[in-house]
Design a binder for this molecule. Sequence first.
Ligand SMILES: *[C@@H]1O[C@H](CO)[C@@H](O)[C@H](O)[C@H]1NC(C)=O
Ligand SMILES: *[C@@H]1O[C@H](CO)[C@@H](O)[C@H](O)[C@H]1NC(C)=O
Ligand SMILES: *[C@@H]1O[C@H](CO)[C@@H](O)[C@H](O)[C@H]1NC(C)=O
Ligand SMILES: *[C@@H]1O[C@H](CO)[C@@H](O)[C@H](O)[C@H]1NC(C)=O
Ligand SMILES: *[C@@H]1O[C@H](CO)[C@@H](O)[C@H](O)[C@H]1NC(C)=O
Ligand SMILES: *[C@@H]1O[C@H](CO)[C@@H](O)[C@H](O)[C@H]1NC(C)=O
Length: 645
Amino acid sequence: MRLLLVHSFLFSIGIAHAAVTAYGPHVQQPLGTVTAASASYTGAATYNTVILTPPPVPNPPPPTSFGVELKTSGVSGLSVPQHGSFFGFSIEFSVVTQVRDSFLQVPFLNLMANLRERAGSVHVRVGGNTQDYATLVSSTPDGAALEKYYGAESNPTDTPPLIFTPEIIKMMAGISALTNVRWYLGVPFNDTQHWRLQIAEVGESTLGDYLIGLQAGNEPDLYSRHGHRPDSYSPSDYKNEFGLLIDAMDADSSIPNKDLLIGPNLAGVWQPEQIWDTGFATDFNQNLAALAVERYPTDNCYAQFGVGTPRTGQEMLPSYLTHQSGQHIVSEYLNSTAYAQTVGKPFLMFETNTASCGGFPGLSDAFASALWAIDYGLQMAYANFTTALFHVGGESVYYNVPPVTNQSTFHQWTVGPIYYSALFVAEALGPSNQSQVLDLNMNGGNEFTPGYAIYENGQPTRVALVNYVTDKSGASDYTASISIAGTNPAQVKVKYLAADSVTQKYNFTWAGQTFGDAFSSDGRPVGNVDIQTITCDQTNNVCNVKVPAPGAALVFLSDQALAESDQGPTMTFPTTAYTKVQNTATIDPSVLATSNGNKGLADSLAGTSKGRNFSGAFGLAQALPSVGAVIAGALLVTRMSLMVR
Ligand SMILES: *[C@@H]1O[C@H](CO)[C@@H](O)[C@H](O)[C@H]1NC(C)=O
Ligand SMILES: *[C@@H]1O[C@H](CO)[C@@H](O)[C@H](O)[C@H]1NC(C)=O
Ligand SMILES: *[C@@H]1O[C@H](CO)[C@@H](O)[C@H](O)[C@H]1NC(C)=O
Ligand SMILES: *[C@@H]1O[C@H](CO)[C@@H](O)[C@H](O)[C@H]1NC(C)=O
Ligand SMILES: *[C@@H]1O[C@H](CO)[C@@H](O)[C@H](O)[C@H]1NC(C)=O
Ligand SMILES: *[C@@H]1O[C@H](CO)[C@@H](O)[C@H](O)[C@H]1NC(C)=O
C-alpha cells in the first residue's frame, strides 16, 4: 500500500476560514483487545490494489442521442417533497468504542460542512446492533468516553455490551453547532423489563432539536435468529415491546419529547406489511417520528467469512451498473412508502450501501459505486423514501481501512465514491425542502442511461443524468436533448461527476474539484470549480447535454437553481497546525464474521461488528473549548467509511 505525505491543500475559493487550529500529534494507545496478526490481514492489502475490469459496452449499445421532454403542468408520478438532507449517513455505534480519547476530526467537519452548504443540514444515525446492549453511564473507571467489554458477550453474534458517557453526546452537540448535523440515536432494546432510557434523556437534553429520532429495535426480524428472543418472536411481539417502551418513556419526566421513536427497522426477513398489519403505525402514531427499514442489495460474506453465497466484485460489477439495481431494491417497499403517507409518517432507509460484509474490493471503492448511489439514492427519493442513510463503518471498516500495520502512520483521509454521490444528490435536491423527484424513464427506459428531473413548486429546476457505460473511445457518450414545455432557456449550467472508468478509484472530480487520491484529503475539495455553460438551441427549444461514458451530469435549468444548490462555504476547518497523526489499526477478520450489516436481499444474515482498533486524530481544542475532549467514533467511523464506500 501507499502512504502519501500530507498534502498542503492550501487553496482559495473565497472561503471564510474559521479560526480553528488543530494540534497534533496525539498518539493513542490501542485498546489491546483485538490483536490480529498483521499477516492475517491480507485481504485488505489485496483489496487495496484491486482494479476491476469494466464491463464491455452493452450489446446492443444504448442509443446515444435522445430527447427529454419536461412537462410543466400535469406532471404525474412526482415524489413527495424531499429535503436536501435526504442522502445521509449511518454509523455503527460500536466503533466509538475504538476511541480512547475524544477528538474532533477536522476532515470530518469539513466533509459535513460541504454537505451543509448544499443541503442545509446533514442527517447522521449512530447506531446498529450494538445499540441494543449499550448503557449510558455517568463515567467510566478510566475516564474513557466509551468502552466495550469483551468477554462479556451474551449472544451468538458476539455483540459486545458497551458503555458510554454523556461526553459522546456532548461531542455530537459540538459537531452540530459547527456543521448542523442532525442525529438519530437508538434506545437499547435488549431488555424490555428494565429499559435503559438514559440515552433518550441525555440525548434530548444535550442535543435538543439536533436529535431527530430514536430508533427502537434494530432489525427485530433477526432477533430470534440471533438468540436475542425466543424462536416464536413475531411482529406482534415486537409491537407489544414497542408499546412497553412508550409506556416507560411516558413515565420518564426527563424525556420531554415522546414523539421521536423510529421503527420497525426491519432487515428484510419480515415483510413490512406484517408490522403495519399489527396496527403499529396507527396505534403508536403519536410517538413515531418515522417508519424505517434497512437493506443492502447483496453481501460479500462468503469471501470474507465463508458464509452465504460466493460472489466476487468482478462478477457483481454489472449488477450495480444498471438502473434496475435501485428499482429492484425499492420495489418491495413501494406499498410501504405509500402506506407511510396514509399514516402521515416519513419513511427512512435507515441503513444501506453497496454490499454488507465489507462490500466488494474494487467495486465498493470505485467510481461505479458513485454512479450507483446517485441512481439508487434518487430512485429511493422518487419512490417516496424520505431519507436514505448510507452505512459507513462497522463491517465496512474491514476493507475501508488501509492495511496499515500497527506501525503505520497515515495523515489524511481518503474520500470514497459514496461521498461524491452525497454531494451530487444534495445539490440535485437543493435546500428548499420542496424538491420532488421524477424518474424520467428516459432513452426508452434504457437501464444504462437513467435520468431524473427535480421539480420545485411545479417547475423543473434540475436534471440528473447518469451514464453507466465505460467507453474510452467516446462512442458511448450520450447527448440528452432537454426541452422544457413553455419555456425556452437561452442556456443551462452543468456540473459533471467524472472519472475515466467505472473501475477507477480515487481522484474523481465533481465540477472539476476532487478530494484526491488515497489519504490525501482534509475534507475540502481541491481544484477550480468547473461549471459548464450549455447554450441552448432556442429555435428548436432544446438544450443538448452531453454525458460522458462513464459519468453523471447535474443540469441546472436556471441560475437560481444553481445558486441555491451551493451556498458556498460558510465555514471550513483548516488543519494548519498539525504535524503528524498516528493511526493504529488492527483487525481480526474472524471476529468480523458476524459483522453488522451482514445481510442482503439474497442472504438475510446479520450480526454486529467488533474487532477494530482505531485511534489517532486531531486534537481540536480551540474550536470546542467547552467540549474539551471530543470526538466520537461517529467521526472516526465516518472517516473510515468515507474512505471507500
Ligand atoms: C441487556 O443488556 C444490558 C447491558 O449489556 C445487560 O446488563 C442486561 O442484562 C441485558 N438484559 C437482557 C434481558 O438481556
Ligand atoms: C399494502 O400494505 C397494506 C398495509 O399493510 C396492506 O393492507 C396491503 O395488503 C398491502 N398491499 C399489497 C399489494 O401488498
Ligand atoms: C410517491 O408519492 C406520490 C404522492 O402520494 C405519488 O403520487 C407517487 O405515485 C408515489 N411514487 C411512487 C413511485 O410510488
Ligand atoms: C506491532 O506488530 C508487531 C507484529 O505483529 C509486533 O511484534 C509489535 O509488538 C507490535 N507493536 C506494537 C506497538 O503493538
Ligand atoms: C428545510 O427543513 C429544515 C428541517 O425541517 C429546516 O431547518 C429548514 O429551515 C427548511 N428550509 C427551508 C428553506 O424551509
Ligand atoms: C490521483 O491523482 C494524483 C495527483 O494527480 C496522482 O498522483 C495519482 O496517481 C492519482 N491516483 C489515481 C489512483 O489515479
